[in-house]
Design a protein. Structure first.
Length: 114
């Protein structure tokens, strides 16, 4: 926890490599102070085939999954910071977005909790 999964058109990787993009999302998430740095997980899914509004238009969408307990304002700030960073990095990509989903502490389990 938290997990940041970035779906994007494959051509996004022509501007920056995966490692750099992952690092930048990690840095933004860490800068918010909402998470322990060692807990932040970032992954990418570049797509060759996709449709955006029935067109082949480049896109980036980050799906953030975080444990419940943050305020709406904290989550809105996180969203704005991630999108702002990506817009700066990819000024020519017309579709950049993020959504944040909370998951319940009561139903979360990882290996260390067994």
């Amino acid at each position: 926890m938290p997990h940041f999964v970035m779906d994007c058109s494959e051509s996004v990787l022509k501007s920056h490599d995966e490692e750099f993009i992952i690092e930048q999302i990690h840095l933004v998430a860490n800068s918010t102070g909402l998470f322990d740095e060692g807990d932040i997980k970032v992954r990418m899914n570049p797509f060759q085939k996709y449709s955006v509004g029935n067109k082949r238009e480049n896109f980036i969408h980050v799906f953030a999954h975080i444990i419940q307990g943050r305020t709406t304002e904290q989550k809105a700030n996180l969203s704005q910071q991630v999108v702002s960073k990506l817009v700066t990095m990819f000024p020519d990509i017309p579709n950049i977005a993020i959504n944040i989903s909370d998951f319940e502490k009561a139903t979360y389990c990882n290996r260390a909790m067994l």
